[in-house]
Design a binder for this molecule. Structure first.
Ligand SMILES: Cc1cc2nc3c(=O)[nH]c(=O)nc-3n(C[C@H](O)[C@H](O)[C@H](O)COP(=O)(O)OP(=O)(O)OC[C@H]3O[C@@H](n4cnc5c(N)ncnc54)[C@H](O)[C@@H]3O)c2cc1C
Length: 398
């Protein structure tokens, strides 16, 4: 009997890959291994609707879905190693699973700041358990310190303000989201947070935290020389690919490609025969030949589709890949199409209160479009991002 396809990581990318394999006609054994106790769930609402208490359940598929699709889902089970020669994956329980193909979909782990004292009230946000712990402490009378004004920090600041909590956000760079969208657009996002009452301090870092006699965080010492009284702290300083369990497997890992992770070809094949990688942990080779990780929801689903078709040898219609992500902050949806990068020329063509639209260009060619509250205008640019288009063409239309 042929061994099953084993997917390690029961998050969005793992689940979508299982679904796409079935959709593409795969009829053999399918095992989905996840170290969390929960059915696969959606993470984007954790910093938004879930944090504001508007939704409680972000489960992606009901439990009946798995037997129905003949997906053998094993929760609360971590994979601890792979032997690609024997085609076997080792589980923490001591059991081992033979596989025909193995798919690595283990996502990211949030980075911590190593020198902080261990105090209650100090949080990170990646998992449902993290979100439950954080939500239980955010009240209208709380003051929260957000360390890092990336997506997690900015979305939480917006959710905390919606609840009525005070938010202090510190960011060593010149603006929020500077390393993703650059400082030009970052300044527009900073303006929005300040208008909403966030005490945003750019060019400022966290030095240390102080606790009270019970071991609970009470104050934060900042690099601007001030000390602020806080009830809770969220460290949102990025994440690292969850690849520790692959150490010694011989599967190539990289720290040199953009963001590290498991490098693959353009359909998810790793350096080891029969081993694939998908989602946030995977550094897929892009059109320019660079292996690059993309930590976004839409990309996980698109990769799952491509990987499943390639693994099964099924033809799929060629479609141009135009990367997309969104972030909900206050009453606007910030959306990005293409590959806007720090260092691109930025043309802000609309700036109406908190709504804005910006075109990014590299050597005169449109590289990305970022908008806030401008869905139609952002989406209209998709065909122009699918083929090289001089940015002047769009500028002429605005
Ligand atoms: C709070 C939050 C908000 C977000 N908001 C947005 C947004 O607004 N827009 C957007 O585009 N993207 C957003 N994202 C990103 C998006 O959720 C991710 O891109 C997506 O979850 C990636 O899916 P994944 O399956 O690769 O990783 P994950 O969802 O992290 O799943 C990986 C799974 O593998 C498990 N695992 C790890 N190691 C092992 C092991 N050894 N054995 C077994 N299981 C293991 C993990 O516990 C986890 O369950 C957000 C993410 C977070 C955390």
């Amino acid at each position: 009997m042929t061994a099953p396809i084993v997917i390690v990581g029961a998050g969005l990318a793992g689940l979508r890959t299982a679904e796409e394999l079935r959709r593409a006609g795969y009829d053999g054994g399918l095992v989905l291994v996840g170290d969390e106790d929960r059915l696969p769930y959606d993470r984007p609402p954790l910093s938004k609707q879930f944090m504001r208490g508007e939704v409680d359940d972000t489960t992606l598929r009901p439990s009946a879905f798995f037997p129905d699709k003949r997906i053998d889902i094993r929760l609360g089970t971590a994979a601890v190693g792979i032997d690609p020669t024997a085609r076997r994956v080792q589980l923490a329980s001591g059991a081992a699973l033979d596989y025909e193909h193995l798919i690595i979909a283990t996502g990211l782990r949030p980075r911590h700041l190593p020198d902080l004292p261990e105090l209650t009230g100090l949080h990170v946000l990646r998992s449902h358990a993290d979100a439950v712990a954080l939500r239980s402490e955010v009240t209208a009378s709380a003051t929260a310190l957000l360390v890092g004004a990336g997506f997690i920090g900015c979305e939480l600041a917006a959710s905390f303000r919606a609840i009525g909590a005070e938010a202090v956000m510190v960011e060593p760079q010149a603006t929020p989201l500077a390393s993703v969208l650059g400082t030009h657009v970052g300044a527009l996002i900073a303006r929005m947070h300040r208008e909403e009452g966030v005490d945003l301090r750019c060019g400022t870092g966290l030095i240390t935290l102080h606790g009270d006699d019970t071991g609970r965080v009470r104050a934060a010492q900042l690099s601007d020389g001030t000390e602020v009284a806080v009830d809770l702290v969220v460290v949102g300083v990025g994440s690292r690919p969850e690849t520790d369990w692959l150490a010694g497997s011989g599967i190539e890992l990289t720290t040199t490609s953009v963001g590290g992770g498991v490098p693959t070809d353009e359909v998810g094949r790793t350096s080891a025969e029969g081993v694939w990688a998908v989602g946030d942990v995977a550094a897929w080779r892009d059109e320019t030949g660079v292996c690059r990780r993309v930590e976004h929801w839409t990309s996980a689903g698109e990769q799952a589709k491509r990987l499943a078709c390639a693994l099964l040898g099924v033809e799929r219609p060629a479609t141009a890949r135009v990367p997309y992500f969104w972030s909900d902050q206050y009453d606007v949806k910030i959306q990005s199409l293409g590959t806007p990068s720090v260092g691109d020329d930025v043309h802000v063509v609309a700036d109406d209160g908190r709504k804005f639209l910006a075109y990014y260009a590299r050597e005169g060619v449109l590289s990305g479009v970022v908008g806030a509250g401008m869905t139609a205008q952002v989406m209209r640019a998709r065909p122009m991002l699918a083929t090289p288009t001089p940015v002047t063409e769009l500028l002429a239309l605005s």
